[in-house]
Design a protein. Structure first.
Length: 485
Protein backbone atom coordinates (compact mmCIF):
# COMPACT_ATOMS: atom_id res chain seq x y z
CA UNK A 1 0.00 0.00 0.00
CA UNK A 2 1.49 3.33 -1.02
CA UNK A 3 1.28 6.39 1.17
CA UNK A 4 0.96 9.87 -0.30
CA UNK A 5 2.95 12.47 1.68
CA UNK A 6 2.38 16.21 2.00
CA UNK A 7 -0.59 18.32 1.14
CA UNK A 8 -2.14 21.21 2.99
CA UNK A 9 -5.61 19.64 3.00
CA UNK A 10 -7.09 17.87 6.02
CA UNK A 11 -5.98 14.43 4.86
CA UNK A 12 -2.44 15.65 4.22
CA UNK A 13 -2.21 17.28 7.65
CA UNK A 14 -3.44 14.06 9.25
CA UNK A 15 -0.76 12.04 7.46
CA UNK A 16 1.91 14.43 8.71
CA UNK A 17 0.74 14.28 12.34
CA UNK A 18 0.20 10.53 12.64
CA UNK A 19 1.77 7.53 10.88
CA UNK A 20 0.63 3.94 10.48
CA UNK A 21 2.33 0.57 10.01
CA UNK A 22 2.66 1.10 6.25
CA UNK A 23 4.58 4.37 6.66
CA UNK A 24 8.21 4.12 5.45
CA UNK A 25 9.59 5.33 8.81
CA UNK A 26 7.94 2.36 10.54
CA UNK A 27 9.22 -0.29 8.11
CA UNK A 28 12.60 -1.95 8.73
CA UNK A 29 14.16 -5.36 8.14
CA UNK A 30 14.76 -7.63 11.12
CA UNK A 31 18.14 -7.29 12.84
CA UNK A 32 18.32 -11.09 12.93
CA UNK A 33 18.89 -11.14 9.19
CA UNK A 34 22.12 -9.08 9.51
CA UNK A 35 25.02 -11.29 10.61
CA UNK A 36 27.57 -8.50 10.24
CA UNK A 37 26.35 -6.08 12.96
CA UNK A 38 28.91 -4.55 15.28
CA UNK A 39 28.93 -5.52 18.95
CA UNK A 40 26.88 -2.43 19.84
CA UNK A 41 24.44 -2.90 16.96
CA UNK A 42 25.03 0.65 15.72
CA UNK A 43 26.86 -0.13 12.48
CA UNK A 44 27.16 -2.96 9.97
CA UNK A 45 30.89 -3.31 10.41
CA UNK A 46 31.68 -6.30 12.55
CA UNK A 47 34.90 -6.05 14.52
CA UNK A 48 36.57 -7.10 17.74
CA UNK A 49 36.89 -5.01 20.89
CA UNK A 50 39.69 -2.49 21.07
CA UNK A 51 42.80 -3.89 22.67
CA UNK A 52 42.87 -1.16 25.30
CA UNK A 53 39.36 -2.06 26.43
CA UNK A 54 40.35 -5.68 26.82
CA UNK A 55 37.32 -7.85 26.05
CA UNK A 56 39.78 -10.72 26.33
CA UNK A 57 40.25 -9.88 30.00
CA UNK A 58 36.55 -9.19 30.58
CA UNK A 59 36.97 -5.41 30.91
CA UNK A 60 39.34 -5.57 33.88
CA UNK A 61 42.44 -4.56 31.95
CA UNK A 62 43.74 -1.14 32.94
CA UNK A 63 44.25 1.10 29.88
CA UNK A 64 47.65 2.73 29.59
CA UNK A 65 48.02 6.15 31.20
CA UNK A 66 48.44 8.90 28.60
CA UNK A 67 51.68 10.92 28.73
CA UNK A 68 51.84 13.95 31.02
CA UNK A 69 50.83 17.11 29.17
CA UNK A 70 53.03 20.17 29.66
CA UNK A 71 51.29 23.56 29.91
CA UNK A 72 52.09 27.01 31.25
CA UNK A 73 48.92 27.72 33.23
CA UNK A 74 45.98 25.67 34.50
CA UNK A 75 42.75 27.42 35.46
CA UNK A 76 40.46 25.36 37.69
CA UNK A 77 36.79 26.21 37.27
CA UNK A 78 34.85 27.92 34.51
CA UNK A 79 33.51 30.91 36.44
CA UNK A 80 34.02 34.63 36.07
CA UNK A 81 37.31 34.60 38.00
CA UNK A 82 39.02 31.96 35.85
CA UNK A 83 37.62 33.52 32.68
CA UNK A 84 39.00 36.94 33.62
CA UNK A 85 42.42 35.66 34.71
CA UNK A 86 42.68 33.44 31.64
CA UNK A 87 41.86 36.25 29.24
CA UNK A 88 44.26 38.67 30.94
CA UNK A 89 47.09 36.13 30.74
CA UNK A 90 46.44 35.36 27.06
CA UNK A 91 46.64 39.08 26.33
CA UNK A 92 49.85 39.52 28.32
CA UNK A 93 51.49 36.22 27.29
CA UNK A 94 49.96 35.19 23.94
CA UNK A 95 52.44 32.32 23.45
CA UNK A 96 51.60 30.61 26.74
CA UNK A 97 49.64 27.38 26.69
CA UNK A 98 46.71 27.95 29.04
CA UNK A 99 44.04 25.35 29.83
CA UNK A 100 40.79 25.90 31.74
CA UNK A 101 39.09 22.84 33.30
CA UNK A 102 35.36 22.94 34.10
CA UNK A 103 33.69 19.96 35.75
CA UNK A 104 30.20 20.75 34.38
CA UNK A 105 28.89 21.02 30.83
CA UNK A 106 29.14 24.80 30.48
CA UNK A 107 30.85 27.82 31.95
CA UNK A 108 29.19 29.86 34.71
CA UNK A 109 26.96 27.13 36.10
CA UNK A 110 27.75 27.78 39.77
CA UNK A 111 28.25 31.11 41.60
CA UNK A 112 28.67 33.12 38.38
CA UNK A 113 25.31 31.98 37.06
CA UNK A 114 22.71 34.75 36.93
CA UNK A 115 20.39 32.82 39.25
CA UNK A 116 23.08 32.23 41.86
CA UNK A 117 23.93 35.83 42.75
CA UNK A 118 22.18 39.20 43.05
CA UNK A 119 23.70 40.56 39.83
CA UNK A 120 24.66 43.81 41.53
CA UNK A 121 27.55 45.65 39.95
CA UNK A 122 29.06 46.24 43.38
CA UNK A 123 30.03 49.90 43.34
CA UNK A 124 28.94 50.78 46.91
CA UNK A 125 26.24 53.10 45.58
CA UNK A 126 23.57 51.30 47.58
CA UNK A 127 25.13 48.56 49.74
CA UNK A 128 25.00 49.43 53.48
CA UNK A 129 27.74 46.95 54.41
CA UNK A 130 30.42 49.18 52.94
CA UNK A 131 29.42 52.18 55.07
CA UNK A 132 29.09 51.12 58.72
CA UNK A 133 28.36 53.52 61.53
CA UNK A 134 31.43 54.65 63.44
CA UNK A 135 30.65 56.63 66.55
CA UNK A 136 28.60 59.65 65.53
CA UNK A 137 29.57 59.37 61.87
CA UNK A 138 29.73 56.85 59.03
CA UNK A 139 32.92 55.26 57.70
CA UNK A 140 32.85 55.51 53.89
CA UNK A 141 36.46 54.47 53.18
CA UNK A 142 35.54 50.94 52.12
CA UNK A 143 32.80 52.26 49.80
CA UNK A 144 35.30 54.45 47.97
CA UNK A 145 37.72 51.53 47.52
CA UNK A 146 34.97 49.26 46.23
CA UNK A 147 33.78 51.87 43.74
CA UNK A 148 37.30 52.46 42.47
CA UNK A 149 37.73 48.71 41.85
CA UNK A 150 34.37 48.59 40.09
CA UNK A 151 35.43 51.37 37.73
CA UNK A 152 38.54 49.36 36.87
CA UNK A 153 36.35 46.40 35.90
CA UNK A 154 34.20 48.59 33.68
CA UNK A 155 37.28 50.12 32.07
CA UNK A 156 38.61 46.64 31.27
CA UNK A 157 35.32 45.55 29.70
CA UNK A 158 35.24 48.78 27.67
CA UNK A 159 38.77 48.04 26.46
CA UNK A 160 37.73 44.50 25.48
CA UNK A 161 34.86 46.01 23.50
CA UNK A 162 37.17 48.31 21.53
CA UNK A 163 39.58 45.39 20.98
CA UNK A 164 36.75 43.33 19.46
CA UNK A 165 36.83 40.72 22.24
CA UNK A 166 33.43 41.63 23.69
CA UNK A 167 30.75 42.12 21.06
CA UNK A 168 27.76 43.57 22.88
CA UNK A 169 28.14 44.79 26.49
CA UNK A 170 24.36 45.16 26.73
CA UNK A 171 24.15 41.39 26.68
CA UNK A 172 25.50 41.31 30.24
CA UNK A 173 25.35 44.83 31.75
CA UNK A 174 22.35 47.13 32.00
CA UNK A 175 21.94 50.59 33.49
CA UNK A 176 19.82 50.07 36.62
CA UNK A 177 19.65 52.85 39.25
CA UNK A 178 20.76 51.90 42.77
CA UNK A 179 18.87 52.96 45.90
CA UNK A 180 19.43 52.57 49.62
CA UNK A 181 16.31 52.18 51.76
CA UNK A 182 16.06 53.39 55.36
CA UNK A 183 13.17 52.59 57.69
CA UNK A 184 12.76 54.31 61.05
CA UNK A 185 14.52 57.23 62.69
CA UNK A 186 17.82 55.47 63.41
CA UNK A 187 18.27 54.22 59.86
CA UNK A 188 17.21 57.56 58.38
CA UNK A 189 19.81 59.34 60.51
CA UNK A 190 22.47 56.89 59.30
CA UNK A 191 21.39 57.32 55.66
CA UNK A 192 21.58 61.12 55.90
CA UNK A 193 25.13 60.96 57.20
CA UNK A 194 26.06 58.37 54.56
CA UNK A 195 24.68 60.54 51.77
CA UNK A 196 26.31 63.68 53.13
CA UNK A 197 29.76 62.09 53.02
CA UNK A 198 29.51 60.06 49.82
CA UNK A 199 27.86 62.73 47.67
CA UNK A 200 30.92 64.98 48.15
CA UNK A 201 33.18 62.39 46.51
CA UNK A 202 33.59 62.49 42.69
CA UNK A 203 32.73 58.77 42.37
CA UNK A 204 29.36 59.34 44.07
CA UNK A 205 28.54 62.73 42.57
CA UNK A 206 24.86 63.03 41.72
CA UNK A 207 23.61 60.74 44.51
CA UNK A 208 20.25 62.09 45.70
CA UNK A 209 18.56 61.86 49.08
CA UNK A 210 14.85 62.20 49.79
CA UNK A 211 12.15 61.69 52.39
CA UNK A 212 9.54 63.20 50.10
CA UNK A 213 6.87 60.64 49.23
CA UNK A 214 6.21 62.08 45.77
CA UNK A 215 9.87 61.94 44.80
CA UNK A 216 10.36 58.46 46.24
CA UNK A 217 7.34 57.27 44.21
CA UNK A 218 9.16 58.37 41.07
CA UNK A 219 12.22 56.35 42.04
CA UNK A 220 10.53 53.24 43.47
CA UNK A 221 6.81 53.23 42.66
CA UNK A 222 6.28 49.60 43.69
CA UNK A 223 7.79 50.14 47.14
CA UNK A 224 5.76 53.27 47.86
CA UNK A 225 2.45 51.97 46.50
CA UNK A 226 0.09 51.15 49.37
CA UNK A 227 2.61 52.12 52.05
CA UNK A 228 1.25 53.46 55.35
CA UNK A 229 1.60 57.24 55.43
CA UNK A 230 2.89 56.93 59.02
CA UNK A 231 5.92 54.91 57.91
CA UNK A 232 9.11 56.91 58.31
CA UNK A 233 11.23 56.01 55.30
CA UNK A 234 13.96 57.58 53.18
CA UNK A 235 15.84 56.70 50.00
CA UNK A 236 19.03 57.60 48.22
CA UNK A 237 19.08 57.34 44.42
CA UNK A 238 22.08 56.86 42.11
CA UNK A 239 21.41 56.92 38.39
CA UNK A 240 24.76 55.30 37.53
CA UNK A 241 23.94 51.88 39.02
CA UNK A 242 24.08 48.66 37.00
CA UNK A 243 22.64 45.17 36.85
CA UNK A 244 25.11 42.54 35.65
CA UNK A 245 24.37 39.06 34.34
CA UNK A 246 27.69 37.57 35.44
CA UNK A 247 26.78 34.29 33.76
CA UNK A 248 26.48 35.97 30.35
CA UNK A 249 29.66 37.99 31.03
CA UNK A 250 31.58 34.84 31.93
CA UNK A 251 30.59 33.11 28.70
CA UNK A 252 31.60 36.16 26.65
CA UNK A 253 34.97 36.28 28.43
CA UNK A 254 35.36 32.55 27.79
CA UNK A 255 34.77 33.04 24.07
CA UNK A 256 37.40 35.79 24.01
CA UNK A 257 39.81 33.53 25.91
CA UNK A 258 39.38 30.77 23.32
CA UNK A 259 39.59 33.28 20.45
CA UNK A 260 43.09 34.18 21.64
CA UNK A 261 44.13 30.54 21.79
CA UNK A 262 43.08 29.47 25.27
CA UNK A 263 41.73 25.94 25.69
CA UNK A 264 38.48 25.26 27.58
CA UNK A 265 37.77 21.64 28.49
CA UNK A 266 34.32 20.78 29.86
CA UNK A 267 33.45 17.69 31.92
CA UNK A 268 37.01 17.69 33.30
CA UNK A 269 37.48 17.63 37.08
CA UNK A 270 40.78 18.43 38.77
CA UNK A 271 40.97 15.93 41.62
CA UNK A 272 44.52 16.40 42.91
CA UNK A 273 47.54 18.65 42.63
CA UNK A 274 50.98 18.65 44.19
CA UNK A 275 54.15 20.63 43.78
CA UNK A 276 57.17 18.87 42.35
CA UNK A 277 60.79 19.48 43.28
CA UNK A 278 61.19 21.43 40.02
CA UNK A 279 58.69 24.01 41.27
CA UNK A 280 56.03 22.99 38.77
CA UNK A 281 52.60 21.61 39.64
CA UNK A 282 51.39 18.12 38.76
CA UNK A 283 47.62 17.87 38.48
CA UNK A 284 45.37 14.84 38.13
CA UNK A 285 42.32 15.41 35.96
CA UNK A 286 39.35 13.07 35.93
CA UNK A 287 37.35 12.72 32.70
CA UNK A 288 34.90 10.10 31.52
CA UNK A 289 36.82 9.18 28.38
CA UNK A 290 37.09 5.71 26.85
CA UNK A 291 40.68 5.32 27.93
CA UNK A 292 42.28 5.62 31.36
CA UNK A 293 39.51 7.97 32.68
CA UNK A 294 42.22 10.27 34.08
CA UNK A 295 45.20 12.22 32.82
CA UNK A 296 48.01 14.24 34.35
CA UNK A 297 49.04 17.77 33.52
CA UNK A 298 52.23 19.57 34.52
CA UNK A 299 51.94 23.34 34.82
CA UNK A 300 54.11 26.29 35.84
CA UNK A 301 51.18 28.06 37.47
CA UNK A 302 47.75 27.05 38.79
CA UNK A 303 44.79 29.33 39.49
CA UNK A 304 41.92 27.82 41.51
CA UNK A 305 38.81 29.82 40.65
CA UNK A 306 36.50 27.03 41.75
CA UNK A 307 34.37 28.85 44.34
CA UNK A 308 34.01 27.05 47.65
CA UNK A 309 35.50 23.90 46.16
CA UNK A 310 38.84 25.72 45.85
CA UNK A 311 39.33 25.13 49.59
CA UNK A 312 39.45 21.35 49.09
CA UNK A 313 41.92 21.67 46.22
CA UNK A 314 44.18 24.06 48.10
CA UNK A 315 44.24 21.66 51.02
CA UNK A 316 45.37 18.91 48.65
CA UNK A 317 48.07 21.20 47.25
CA UNK A 318 49.89 21.17 50.57
CA UNK A 319 50.79 24.87 50.54
CA UNK A 320 51.34 26.11 54.11
CA UNK A 321 49.26 29.24 53.48
CA UNK A 322 46.03 27.19 53.56
CA UNK A 323 46.65 25.83 57.05
CA UNK A 324 44.01 26.96 59.52
CA UNK A 325 41.38 27.61 56.86
CA UNK A 326 37.96 26.00 56.92
CA UNK A 327 34.69 26.87 55.23
CA UNK A 328 31.10 26.86 56.46
CA UNK A 329 28.64 26.46 53.56
CA UNK A 330 25.42 28.47 53.42
CA UNK A 331 22.90 28.30 50.63
CA UNK A 332 20.53 31.08 49.69
CA UNK A 333 16.97 31.53 48.47
CA UNK A 334 15.29 34.34 46.56
CA UNK A 335 11.68 35.25 46.00
CA UNK A 336 11.19 35.83 42.27
CA UNK A 337 8.47 37.79 40.48
CA UNK A 338 7.98 37.43 36.71
CA UNK A 339 4.62 39.23 36.45
CA UNK A 340 5.33 42.05 33.94
CA UNK A 341 2.65 44.27 35.50
CA UNK A 342 4.60 44.18 38.76
CA UNK A 343 8.11 44.15 37.31
CA UNK A 344 7.70 47.38 35.35
CA UNK A 345 6.88 49.25 38.57
CA UNK A 346 10.34 48.62 40.01
CA UNK A 347 13.16 49.78 37.68
CA UNK A 348 15.85 49.89 40.41
CA UNK A 349 17.97 47.86 42.79
CA UNK A 350 17.14 48.71 46.41
CA UNK A 351 19.25 47.60 49.37
CA UNK A 352 17.94 47.85 52.91
CA UNK A 353 19.91 47.78 56.14
CA UNK A 354 20.38 44.49 57.97
CA UNK A 355 19.12 44.16 61.50
CA UNK A 356 21.70 44.91 64.21
CA UNK A 357 23.98 41.90 64.65
CA UNK A 358 22.80 40.14 61.50
CA UNK A 359 25.51 38.93 59.07
CA UNK A 360 26.28 40.95 55.93
CA UNK A 361 24.72 38.35 53.61
CA UNK A 362 21.38 38.96 55.33
CA UNK A 363 21.02 42.50 53.91
CA UNK A 364 17.55 42.53 52.31
CA UNK A 365 17.36 43.82 48.78
CA UNK A 366 14.76 44.09 46.04
CA UNK A 367 16.47 43.86 42.66
CA UNK A 368 15.41 44.56 39.14
CA UNK A 369 17.15 41.79 37.19
CA UNK A 370 17.65 40.79 33.58
CA UNK A 371 18.68 37.13 33.30
CA UNK A 372 18.89 35.59 29.85
CA UNK A 373 17.01 38.59 28.49
CA UNK A 374 14.09 38.06 30.89
CA UNK A 375 13.09 41.01 33.10
CA UNK A 376 12.15 40.06 36.66
CA UNK A 377 12.39 41.01 40.34
CA UNK A 378 14.31 39.17 43.04
CA UNK A 379 13.93 39.67 46.78
CA UNK A 380 16.07 38.18 49.50
CA UNK A 381 18.26 36.52 50.31
CA UNK A 382 16.97 33.98 52.80
CA UNK A 383 19.56 31.63 54.27
CA UNK A 384 19.51 27.88 53.87
CA UNK A 385 21.95 25.11 54.68
CA UNK A 386 23.65 22.41 52.67
CA UNK A 387 26.99 20.75 53.48
CA UNK A 388 27.98 21.11 49.83
CA UNK A 389 30.68 23.60 48.83
CA UNK A 390 29.12 23.92 45.38
CA UNK A 391 25.49 23.79 44.33
CA UNK A 392 26.32 20.60 42.45
CA UNK A 393 28.93 19.49 45.00
CA UNK A 394 29.06 16.51 47.35
CA UNK A 395 27.21 16.10 50.63
CA UNK A 396 30.61 15.22 52.09
CA UNK A 397 32.34 18.50 51.16
CA UNK A 398 32.18 19.99 54.65
CA UNK A 399 33.39 16.77 56.26
CA UNK A 400 36.25 16.42 53.75
CA UNK A 401 37.57 19.88 54.66
CA UNK A 402 38.13 19.04 58.34
CA UNK A 403 41.82 18.93 59.31
CA UNK A 404 43.65 18.96 62.62
CA UNK A 405 45.09 22.38 61.81
CA UNK A 406 41.67 24.02 61.24
CA UNK A 407 39.66 22.52 64.09
CA UNK A 408 40.73 25.02 66.75
CA UNK A 409 40.33 28.15 64.55
CA UNK A 410 36.92 26.88 63.40
CA UNK A 411 35.80 26.18 66.97
CA UNK A 412 36.97 29.64 68.12
CA UNK A 413 35.15 31.32 65.24
CA UNK A 414 32.02 29.34 66.03
CA UNK A 415 32.03 30.25 69.71
CA UNK A 416 32.43 33.95 68.88
CA UNK A 417 29.47 33.81 66.50
CA UNK A 418 26.87 31.75 68.32
CA UNK A 419 24.30 34.44 67.57
CA UNK A 420 24.79 33.76 63.87
CA UNK A 421 24.01 30.12 64.50
CA UNK A 422 20.74 31.21 66.09
CA UNK A 423 20.10 33.47 63.10
CA UNK A 424 20.70 30.60 60.68
CA UNK A 425 18.38 28.30 62.61
CA UNK A 426 15.65 30.95 62.53
CA UNK A 427 16.13 31.31 58.79
CA UNK A 428 15.91 27.56 58.27
CA UNK A 429 12.71 27.38 60.32
CA UNK A 430 11.08 30.37 58.64
CA UNK A 431 7.76 29.57 56.99
CA UNK A 432 6.59 30.82 53.62
CA UNK A 433 4.31 33.28 55.38
CA UNK A 434 7.25 34.65 57.41
CA UNK A 435 9.28 35.16 54.25
CA UNK A 436 6.32 36.83 52.58
CA UNK A 437 6.00 39.17 55.57
CA UNK A 438 9.62 40.28 55.02
CA UNK A 439 8.80 40.96 51.38
CA UNK A 440 5.81 43.08 52.40
CA UNK A 441 8.17 45.44 54.23
CA UNK A 442 9.54 46.32 50.81
CA UNK A 443 6.46 45.71 48.66
CA UNK A 444 3.30 46.51 50.68
CA UNK A 445 0.98 45.46 47.83
CA UNK A 446 2.72 42.13 47.11
CA UNK A 447 0.48 39.17 46.21
CA UNK A 448 1.63 35.63 47.15
CA UNK A 449 0.80 34.18 43.73
CA UNK A 450 3.23 36.58 42.03
CA UNK A 451 6.29 35.40 43.97
CA UNK A 452 7.94 32.01 43.83
CA UNK A 453 10.83 30.70 45.93
CA UNK A 454 14.02 29.59 44.14
CA UNK A 455 17.28 28.22 45.47
CA UNK A 456 20.29 30.41 44.71
CA UNK A 457 23.97 29.48 44.83
CA UNK A 458 26.19 28.20 47.61
CA UNK A 459 28.37 30.53 49.65
CA UNK A 460 31.24 29.28 51.79
CA UNK A 461 31.98 31.52 54.76
CA UNK A 462 35.65 31.47 55.61
CA UNK A 463 36.88 30.53 59.06
CA UNK A 464 40.59 31.10 59.56
CA UNK A 465 43.19 31.45 62.27
CA UNK A 466 43.81 34.86 63.78
CA UNK A 467 46.70 35.94 66.05
CA UNK A 468 44.40 37.83 68.42
CA UNK A 469 41.13 35.87 68.41
CA UNK A 470 42.56 32.40 67.54
CA UNK A 471 39.89 32.03 64.86
CA UNK A 472 37.59 34.42 63.02
CA UNK A 473 34.66 34.24 60.61
CA UNK A 474 35.30 36.27 57.48
CA UNK A 475 32.50 37.48 55.23
CA UNK A 476 34.49 38.81 52.29
CA UNK A 477 36.50 37.13 49.57
CA UNK A 478 39.87 35.70 50.52
CA UNK A 479 42.77 35.32 48.10
CA UNK A 480 45.18 32.58 49.18
CA UNK A 481 48.48 32.46 47.29
CA UNK A 482 51.63 30.38 47.68
CA UNK A 483 54.60 32.38 48.92
CA UNK A 484 56.55 31.83 45.69
CA UNK A 485 53.71 33.18 43.57
Amino acid sequence: MSVVEGGSDVAGATRRLSTGAADPVNERPSMRLNKGLSSTGMTGKKGGAAKSGGASCFGFCKPPQPPIEEVDVVLVGGGVMSATVGLLLKQLEPTWKIVMYERLGAMAEESSNGWNNAGTGHSALCEPNYTPSKGDTVDVSKAITVNENWQLSRQYWAYLRTAGLLKDPQSFIDNTPHCTFAYGEDQIDWLKKRHGLLSKHPLFEGMKYSEDVAEMKKWCPLMMEGRDAKDKVALTFSEEGTDVDFGALTKDLGKAFMKLGGNLLLFHTVTALRKESSGKWLLTVQKNDLGAKTCQVRSKFVFCGAGGWALLLLQKSGIPEIRGFMGFPISGEFLVCQNPDVVHKHPTKVYGKAAIGAPPMSVPHLDKRIIGGKHMLLFGPFAGFSPRYLKTGSLLDLLKSVRLHNLIPAAAAGLQNLDLTVYLVKQLLATDSAKFAELKNFVPTAQPQDWLLVTAGQRVQIMKKDPEKIGILQFGTEVVAAADG
